[in-house]
Design a binder for this molecule. Structure first.
Ligand code: 3PG
Length: 211
């Protein structure tokens, strides 16, 4: 299975911010037990690298990527500890070129036709659409899909257990990213049981919509 196949299968990518790497394994367990062995661990905190390392060691089959990757150094750090893909909030030529040259799956953020056209130059087929709700959500993705029929989108930003249903009905959407089931406060308070039930709810929504 390719990473893209896995993303489509899961339908949801939990976007995680870990302040402390000690929470990495309990969080990963909640995701695995909840039926969603997948995470984008954001490089917004200094714990990200160690967190990815710990998760990959303990759960080698989990689809763990690095998010909020802003430069090549962070991408190298993430890949060195086992991240399987790179996500960036916007489009950076140097970062995308580096990932393509090194066969690293990369999902840069776009919101405009111009940015999608930049991505086409690198033969990218899957793009993050961020911040999704602020930039018109599903309506904008539908409009972009008309000229860019071969692109699949991963909308992220403002997605929750309610509005995800509409996104998932559109077949140009490979998966939705979101933090609603892995909120930072829940992680910091150690509420991994709550996280697990929110993850289960997300999994059942994907099943309901996509079968
Ligand atoms: C991201 O990094 O992709 C977003 O912060 C996730 O957005 P959300 O918190 O609105 O789900």
């Amino acid at each position: 299975m390719t990473i893209n196949d896995e993303l489509r299968k899961y339908g949801v990518v939990p976007v995680v911010v870990l302040d402390d790497s000690k929470d990495a394994l309990p969080l990963a367990k909640a995701l695995v037990d909840g039926g969603l062995p997948c995470a984008e661990v954001t490089f917004r905190t200094s714990a990200a690298k160690e967190a990815i390392h710990l998760i990959v060691e303990e759960y080698p089959d989990m689809l763990v990527g690095a998010g909020t990757v802003l430069n090549i150094e962070q991408a190298k750090d993430a890949i060195n500890v086992g991240a399987k893909f790179i996500v960036s909030p916007g489009f950076d030529d140097d970062l995308v070129r580096y990932c393509k040259e090194n066969n690293i799956p990369v999902f840069p953020g776009v919101v405009t036709p111009t940015e999608v056209m930049k991505a086409l130059k690198y033969d990218l087929k899957v793009l993050k659409f961020f911040p999704a709700e602020n930039y018109g959500g599903l309506a904008t993705i539908k409009a972009l899909s008309a000229p860019f029929n071969n692109i699949q989108f991963m909308p992220t930003g403002g997605i929750n257990s309610k509005n995800i249903k509409d996104y998932l009905t559109n077949n140009k959407i490979i998966a939705c990213g979101g933090s609603w089931m892995v909120k930072k406060e829940l992680i910091n308070e150690g509420k991994f049981d709550v996280i697990e039930s929110l993850v289960k709810e997300a999994v059942s929504i994907v099943k309901e919509i996509r079968g």
